[in-house]
Ligand binder design. Structure first.
Ligand SMILES: NC(=O)c1ccc[n+]([C@@H]2O[C@H](COP(=O)([O-])OP(=O)(O)OC[C@H]3O[C@@H](n4cnc5c(N)ncnc54)[C@H](O)[C@@H]3O)[C@@H](O)[C@H]2O)c1
Length: 284
């Protein structure tokens, strides 16, 4: 099937990034937010990133203008009725996602592909809220979505091969590097990366290593582009803790549980880059 128009539900951190990817790739894109103010904030975020691209010579002013012109906004989910692909990026809450999908199922054409950007919920449980689970896939983007190439294309047991192929092909057309996988907790990257980062944090205390020494060890000894402490600061301590708890809840392996050190950092408001302090200080 040909995807001409894309809907993005939620223009928060991920949704705005995904909508940007879509308009930059030439797709008419309709973004839905709860209020006009939030929708305009989403557009402003996209505008800021595109304009920075122009300043840095990565894109022309005309391309920026054309990309922004492909973005329309709404607060009404029913207006997504003519979208061929809808990517949902609302809060990580199963009830909310199921409600959103049930409504999307009612308003979109039966052949439209409905995708969720969930990190830790089951795509199958979201799909069950629709009458077309065969058209529901996971499209797990990474943050920041316009920068990181990977998209995990997640197939739940009821998902048709055609829907997976349509999502995969769209991601490729949008300039991404999609990879197919099954609907298992953490999919590919988080299943591996979350316990690994937790191990790194535990080793800080077990082996008496300072964060900068840990980062030096893993960049120089394991070839990581970024050390684990710098990476957790970038992800956000709260986001990482939440993802660890979700994975631990599903797989019940001790390594998945957030280390006490991270829980304490979260209690102290040391959330990483965004709060100005995490493993490192980030003067503003
Ligand atoms: N942040 C990340 O690093 C990351 C990476 C990959 C996937 N994800 C997933 O993407 C999704 C969105 O995460 P985010 O980081 O963009 O969150 P965010 O907090 O930046 O945005 C949340 C969005 O949900 C909307 N929302 C909140 N309450 C709502 C309601 N009651 N009804 C409808 N919409 C509502 C908000 O308006 C906003 O658009 C989550 O499922 C998350 O797991 C996040």
């Amino acid at each position: 099937m040909e995807i001409r128009k894309v809907g993005v539900v939620g223009l928060g951190t991920m949704g705005a990034g995904i909508a940007q990817v879509s308009v930059q790739a030439g797709f008419e894109t309709l973004g839905r937010e709860l209020t006009d103010e939030l929708a305009e904030r989403g557009r402003a975020t996209i505008d800021r990133y595109l304009s920075r691209g122009v300043e840095k010579g990565r894109m022309s002013q005309a391309d920026r203008d054309a990309a922004l012109a492909r973005l329309t906004l709404t607060t009404d989910l029913a207006e997504l009725s003519d979208c061929d692909l809808v990517i949902e990026a609302v809060l990580e809450d199963l009830g909310l996602k199921r409600e959103t999908f049930a409504e999307l199922d009612r308003v979109t054409a039966p052949e439209a592909v409905l995708a969720t950007n969930t990190s830790a919920l089951s795509v199958a449980e979201i799909a069950e809220s629709t009458a077309r689970p065969e058209r529901v896939v996971g499209m797990h983007f990474f943050n920041p979505a316009p920068v990181l190439p990977l998209v995990e294309i997640v197939r739940a047991p009821a998902t048709s091969g055609e829907a997976v192929d349509a999502a995969y092909a769209w991601a490729e057309r949008a300039g991404k590097q999609p990879v197919r996988c099954n609907d298992t907790p953490g999919f590919i990257v988080n299943r591996i990366l979350i316990p690994l980062l937790n191990d790194c944090v535990r080793v800080l205390d077990e082996a008496g290593v300072e964060p900068d020494a840990m980062d030096k060890a893993m960049t120089n000894g394991a070839g990581w582009p970024l050390g684990p402490c710098a990476l957790i600061d970038l992800i956000g301590i709260d986001v990482h803790v939440h993802a660890s708890e979700a994975l631990h809840g599903k797989l019940d392996e001790a390594r998945m549980a957030p280390p006490e050190r991270l829980l304490k950092m979260q209690r102290d408001g040391r959330l990483g880059r965004k709060s100005g302090r995490g493993f490192y200080d980030y003067p503003r």
